[in-house]
Design a protein around this ligand. Structure first.
Ligand SMILES: Cc1ncc(COP(=O)(O)O)c(C=O)c1O
Length: 381
């Protein structure tokens, strides 16, 4: 973990809001997953953090990538990821994604059967099934429930495999992903067992991909054990797609105290909010907080960002040492679904990102104001 002095130095040098990643934590998480899932293939869910430097670091440690847009596909290729190490996923893929993915030899995750029409015979595919399972996470993060938009209902999976084969595709196996930030490890067991039962109907498969969704403190060995068992029932190789687990802990968002105020509640106003980190507003995510200042007295505050939106609140009722303007607060576990979800709403340039790897290296420059309106410089301006 980076020390208070290191984080304050980064904020001083690069300004705030600022994403700071620690390469040691990133590498440790990658290696932990590689060890727990030894014998399986790991595809990093690139949506969690698509910074080129982070992608390249994962690629160099042997990981593959699950991509969900033309942009992510291009970016992975640009980072030097070989096509065979890419899974092209998404419920509504574009023609460009089908074309480029096939050109580079990627494997497609079929989310519905009529995708077969967009793929040439011989294209590699796995079929996503929906295990129809209620899971222990925020409803926006659950992806394997009966009413969700993802996958093919379990009862139609065998038929779907056959139809994809009949369409001439190189159908390698099945895929499932029950959701993100799964709280209860039993959800994985239930989902994997439900899918393993399909073995009686579909027989041998080359691949079983069980997705990601591991909590930050997940018992990886426990999940690996039941995942390998499920894969074994098909005689299949195991594939996994962690996102959050690999990058979340390595990143913090540094934000500066702008001031305090009191309405019916006490607020600390910060220079980062929904435009820099959307997770608290989108999923009610609670990021551990690390104040980088001291004061003998504490009080309870709501933490609010600078947006003119009443939903722009990062946390409620948290105890902090009494803050003053200029103090720096670190929001921890911000390496996943943090910077990638930042936006330019309110014409706010997106934050810079730096990586600690013996010293601080800028891995994404702070967006400039000119960049914000560059694409609007059409005739007349
Ligand atoms: C298909 C698929 N695989 C993997 C992931 C990664 O999930 P997590 O970051 O929770 O590990 C996601 C996340 O949305 C996903 O949709």
């Amino acid at each position: 973990m980076l020390s208070r002095e290191q984080l304050l130095h980064a904020a001083e040098t690069h300004g705030t809001p600022l994403y700071v990643y620690d390469a040691r934590v990133l590498d440790e998480r990658i290696q932990r997953a590689i060890q727990a899932f030894s014998g399986a293939k790991i595809f990093f869910a690139m949506k969690a953090n698509s910074n080129l430097h982070i992608v390249r670091r994962m690629k160099d440690q042997g990981l593959g990538f699950e991509v969900v847009s033309y942009g992510e596909l291009h970016k992975a290729l640009h980072a030097g990821v070989p096509g065979e190490r890419i899974l092209v996923n998404g419920p509504a893929k574009t023609l460009e994604e089908y074309e480029l993915g096939q050109q580079v030899g990627a494997t497609f995750i079929l989310d519905r059967l009529d995708e077969c029409h967009f793929l040439k015979p011989g294209a590699k595919a796995i079929v996503r099934v929906n295990p129809e399972l209620h899971v222990s996470t925020h409803s926006h993060l659950a992806t394997g429930e009966a009413h969700s938009k993802f996958g093919i209902p379990l009862g139609h999976a065998a038929e779907a495999l056959q139809q994809a084969r009949d369409a001439g595709l190189n159908v390698r196996g099945l895929h499932l992903h029950i959701g993100s930030a799964i709280q209860n490890p039993e959800d994985f067991r239930e989902a994997f067992e439900k899918v393993a039962h399909l073995a009686d109907e579909v027989g041998h498969l080359e691949v079983l991909d069980v997705g990601g969704g591991w909590g930050l403190n997940a018992d990886l060995e426990g999940i690996a054990k039941i995942a390998f068992e499920a894969a074994k029932s098909f005689g299949a190789e195991l594939w996994v797609e962690p996102g959050r687990f690999l990058v979340s802990e390595s990143g913090v968002l540094l934000t500066r105290v702008v001031g305090t105020k009191e309405t019916a509640r006490k607020f600390v106003l910060l220079d980062a909010g929904m435009t820099e980190i959307l997770r608290p507003m989108l999923y009610g995510a609670m990021h551990p907080l690390r104040p980088l200042w001291d004061h003998p007295e504490t009080d309870r505050f709501d933490l609010a960002g600078p947006a003119c939106e009443s939903g722009d609140v990062l946390a409620r009722d948290v105890e902090l040492p009494l803050p003053e303007r200029g103090n720096i607060l670190a929001l921890e576990q911000a390496g996943a679904y943090g910077a990638v979800m930042s936006s330019t709403y309110l014409s706010r340039p997106r934050p810079a990102e730096v990586l600690w790897d013996g010293d601080f290296r800028v891995i994404r420059r702070r967006e400039s104001l000119e960049k914000l309106w560059e694409l609007e410089m059409t005739s007349g301006f």
